[in-house]
Design a protein around this ligand. Structure first.
Ligand code: HEC
Ligand code: HEC
Ligand code: HEC
Ligand code: HEC
Ligand code: HEC
Ligand code: HEC
Ligand code: HEC
Length: 320
């Protein structure tokens, strides 16, 4: 009983320390949007479901609906990694004309590696390694022409997450959203293939308590080959190689430590010291929560309690 109370107290203290430490990281620097004005000439149409333009030949205003797939959410755009980009950094100046010249449709658009290849500023993102792994993935080997990085990373909205977001649940939701944007949307899926996308809920019917699992693990935990030196594994394996054994996660050396919690464990060690990190990490996954340090602490506390009782008993005995 007493040991349990101590455990509760200790975990409470550790948690509040964690929360305070995270809260201190929150504040973001003021941003100056250099291209907001320039981009407005595009956003005024591409930011809305309807747009209007002036036709000089007919000398009148026209209203029309925007193709929903060509709508750029300006809020997402200005909070994405490329928030301080002009549309013209990636698109031709000729888009200033409307109607857009027809030949622009065939204009090749820049891929991530065109700019980030040999990128020293964010070297630890390991762009080239990601590219290599991606080339080996099922998506790329089966559909090398059509399947590009931007199928998963919308250049107008992608925001780096796992590395920068301390809220693991949000990262899980964000990362799964990337896969589901296609695996749960036939229209995007059929940009790649002719057949209908298999229903994700049905193909994972063997997994109990699906809703809970979708909130607590990412698709890539089970589907991507884990690499020691990379934060985000990019080699999506054929379905036969997917993780199906429960103990891969529900055990003390859960694969989640090498993927989902990888960065947190590393960071927390820096922020909070190894001891606290070991207590903080993944102490809630059933099966994986037999934490060595928690066990050790409770043993020590139990030992101390026994000693105190022993001393107490001895003193009473002597007094008698
Ligand atoms: C007057 C409204 C309007 C303005 C202003 C406008 N666009 Fe468009 N844009 C459209 C419409 C409508 C389409 C779809 C029809 C088409 O392709 O012409 C489109 C299509 C596009 C496409 C997709 C072409 C394709 O088929 O893949 C791109 C890229 C694009 N616009 C970029 C821009 C950029 C960059 C700017 C700003 C310099 C801009 N647009 C300004 C209305 C506009
Ligand atoms: C970092 C590069 C980059 C920037 C900056 C950028 N785009 Fe794009 N844009 C792309 C790429 C790459 C594609 C092709 C996406 C694909 O193939 O899925 C694209 C496609 C589009 C399309 C076609 C619809 C689509 O999503 O495929 C429109 C419309 C568009 N961009 C408008 C804009 C506007 C407007 C801006 C500025 C507010 C802008 N883009 C800024 C890289 C960029
Ligand atoms: C036109 C060149 C260009 C293209 C194309 C481009 N980027 Fe970037 N990207 C940059 C630059 C420059 C920065 C640095 C911006 C800054 O520091 O504010 C950046 C920043 C980033 C960052 C933030 C770095 C970090 O880790 O905090 C990520 C992530 C990123 N880009 C991913 C992508 C992805 C994924 C693609 C392909 C879909 C892509 N970029 C395409 C030029 C580009
Ligand atoms: C099948 C989907 C998919 C494809 C294709 C894909 N990625 Fe990713 N990528 C992800 C997911 C999911 C994440 C995790 C997002 C997050 O939490 O930041 C990610 C993360 C990243 C990161 C952040 C890594 C870090 O260490 O923080 C970079 C950079 C990146 N991808 C670049 C690329 C490049 C370049 C390509 C193409 C060669 C590519 N990705 C193709 C799904 C994909
Ligand atoms: C707990 C591990 C696990 C998670 C999490 C998981 N999967 Fe799977 N997935 C599997 C396994 C195992 C199979 C192979 C099923 C079989 O052979 O019966 C599979 C099969 C698939 C298939 C192939 C279906 C078919 O029959 O063609 C797709 C696509 C897929 N998963 C996508 C996803 C997506 C998207 C997510 C995230 C929303 C996800 N998976 C999350 C383990 C997982
Ligand atoms: C742009 C659409 C798109 C996105 C985004 C996407 N996929 Fe897929 N994926 C496909 C298509 C299409 C196939 C079927 C390829 C085929 O069989 O020809 C597929 C196949 C698969 C398969 C089954 C491979 C097999 O052996 O049959 C798995 C597993 C899978 N995807 C997982 C993922 C995961 C995990 C993510 C997110 C990190 C993801 N996908 C993101 C389109 C997508
Ligand atoms: C990719 C890792 C992973 C795999 C594989 C996995 N699980 Fe889980 N499971 C989790 C996580 C994470 C949770 C969430 C724990 C929590 O929040 O309670 C969870 C939760 C559960 C729960 C709910 C526990 C509760 O608190 O209600 C059950 C039951 C469960 N898993 C059973 C299974 C079974 C059976 C399998 C094999 C068929 C399996 N899991 C495979 C990671 C996994």
């Amino acid at each position: 009983m007493i040991a349990n109370k101590y455990l509760l107290l200790i975990s409470f203290l550790v948690c509040s320390y964690g929360i305070v430490a995270y809260a201190q990281d929150e504040g973001e620097e003021e941003r100056v949007y250099d291209y907001a004005g320039e981009n407005h000439q595009c956003i005024k149409c591409h930011g809305h479901k309807t747009f209007h333009y002036y036709n000089e030949n007919l000398d009148r205003e026209f209203r029309d609906r925007m193709n929903p797939y060509f709508i750029i959410d300006s809020v997402e755009y200005y909070s994405s990694n490329h928030w301080n980009f002009s549309c013209f950094d990636c698109h031709s100046y000729d888009y200033s004309n409307f109607p857009h010249p027809a030949e622009l449709r065939l204009e090749p658009k820049p891929g991530c590696l065109d700019c980030h290849g040999g990128d020293d500023t964010y070297e630890d993102r390991s762009w080239e390694r990601i590219d290599e792994e991606f080339q080996k993935s099922v998506h790329s080997t089966k559909h090398s022409e059509d399947f590009t990085c931007s199928m998963c990373h919308n250049p107008h909205s992608y925001k780096i997450n796992a590395r920068t977001n301390d809220n693991i649940k949000q990262t899980i939701q964000y990362d799964n959203g990337i896969c589901l944007s296609c695996h749960a949307d036939i229209n995007k899926y059929q940009l790649i293939v002719d057949f209908v996308n298999p229903n994700v809920l049905e193909t994972h019917a063997w997994l109990p308590n699906q809703a809970l699992h979708w909130q607590n693990v990412r698709c890539i935990e089970c589907h991507a080959e884990i690499k020691e030196d990379m934060l985000i594994a990019h080699n999506i394996q054929p379905k036969e190689k997917a993780v199906k054994r429960c103990v891969e996660c529900h055990s003390e050396n859960s694969i989640l430590l090498a993927s989902l919690y990888k960065y947190q464990v590393k960071e927390n060690r820096n922020k909070l010291g190894f001891f606290n990190a070991a207590i903080l990490n993944n102490s809630y996954i059933i099966g994986a929560n037999r934490n060595y340090y928690l066990n050790l602490i409770s043993l020590v506390i139990f030992g101390m309690v026994v000693i105190v009782i022993g001393i107490h008993a001895t003193i009473r005995f002597i007094r008698k």
